[in-house]
Design a protein around this ligand. Structure first.
Ligand SMILES: [Cu+2]
Length: 278
C-alpha cells in the first residue's frame, strides 16, 4: 500500500505543470481594404468619395483576452517589453514617420505579444483604449508606451485611444487641415486641464469581441473606411476640431461615433465597424 502511494506521488510530481502558450496576435492597418502606408493615397472614402493621404495610424489596446471553449475569458499576460506594452496596455503603431507621417516615429509595432495557459481558444476580446486608472497622468513620467506624447491630449482627457489622420488630396489651402479621427475620453470632471479627473462622462473605450478568432491564423484588421462612410472628409464644421475628435457637439462626429460602437449626443451606439478579423 505504502509502495503504491509512493509510486502515485512519483507519477504526480513527474507530470509537468500546465504549460504556458505564447500568443502573438498580428494586427493590420487598412483603409478601404487597402494596406496602410504613409505614402499611399486612398480613394472613394466618406459620403463624397474623397481621396486621401493617411498621415498617422496608431491605437491603444488593453485588457486583451482569449475566449475559452466554454465562453469564459482567459486574460493574456502581455510581455512587459519596455517599449510597446505595459501592464495590460499596448500601443499598436502602423506609421513609420515616412511620407506624410511627420508626427510619427520610425518604429512599428503590429503585434500583441504575451502568454496564456496552454489550451484551446476560439475567440479574442480586447478594449480599444487606455484603462482609466492610467489614462490621466503625466505622460513624460509614464512608462513606455504611455510616454508617447503624440498620442496624449492632456491630463483631463488622457490619451488619444485612436489616431488616424487623413488629408484629402484635393485639400484647399484655406480649407480644413484634414479629417482626423481621434478617439478619447470626453467630459472628464477635472478642475483644470493639468489635473486628473475623478471620472469621465464618456469613457469612449470600444469593447471588441471577435468570435471567430483563431490563435494560429487570424489577423486583426483596423480599417476606418466603414467608420467614416457617412462623413464628408473634405469639410469640417466651423469652430470644431478637424474631423471627429469625439468631443460633444461636433457635427462631424454624428455619423462616426455610432460606428465606433459608442453613443454620441442623441445617437445610440451601433455595432463597432473599426475592427474586424481576417
Ligand atoms: Cu511609429
Amino acid at each position: 500500500m505504502k509502495l503504491h502511494l509512493v509510486a502515485a506521488l512519483a507519477v504526480l510530481s513527474s507530470t509537468p505543470a500546465l504549460a504556458d502558450m505564447r500568443v502573438s496576435i498580428p494586427f493590420a492597418a487598412e483603409i478601404g481594404g487597402k494596406a496602410f502606408s504613409c505614402s499611399e493615397t486612398y480613394a472613394g472614402l466618406g459620403s463624397t468619395g474623397a481621396e486621401v493621404k493617411a498621415v498617422d495610424f496608431r491605437l491603444f489596446v488593453s485588457n486583451a483576452a482569449l475566449v475559452r471553449k466554454d465562453g469564459t475569458l482567459q486574460p493574456i499576460t502581455l510581455d512587459q517589453d519596455g517599449q510597446w506594452q505595459t501592464g495590460s496596455t499596448a500601443l499598436i503603431d502602423f506609421e513609420d514617420a515616412s511620407g506624410g507621417c511627420t508626427n510619427g516615429t520610425k518604429a512599428l509595432n503590429t503585434t500583441l505579444r504575451g502568454i496564456v495557459p496552454a489550451g484551446e481558444y476560439q475567440g479574442l476580446s480586447f478594449t480599444v483604449g487606455v484603462p482609466f486608472e492610467i489614462n490621466h497622468g503625466d505622460p513624460t513620467l509614464a512608462p513606455a508606451p504611455l510616454n508617447t506624447t503624440a498620442m496624449f491630449w492632456n491630463w483631463q482627457g488622457g490619451y488619444k485611444f485612436v489616431r488616424i489622420d487623413m488629408v484629402p488630396t484635393d485639400r484647399k489651402e484655406d480649407g480644413p487641415k484634414g479629417w482626423f479621427l481621434h478617439l478619447g475620453s470626453t467630459q472628464c470632471d477635472a478642475a483644470s486641464k493639468t489635473e486628473s479627473p475623478k471620472a469621465c462622462k464618456n469613457g469612449n473605450r470600444i469593447d471588441v469581441q471577435l468570435d471567430s478568432f483563431r490563435p494560429d491564423g487570424s489577423t486583426v484588421v483596423i480599417d476606418p473606411a466603414p467608420v467614416v462612410a457617412g462623413a464628408d472628409l473634405r469639410v469640417n464644421a466651423p469652430e470644431t476640431s478637424p474631423g471627429c475628435m469625439a468631443f460633444p457637439k461636433d457635427p462631424d462626429c454624428m455619423t462616426v461615433m455610432t460606428k465606433l460602437g459608442l453613443p454620441y449626443m442623441d445617437v445610440a451606439a451601433g455595432p463597432q465597424a473599426l475592427v474586424s478579423l481576417r
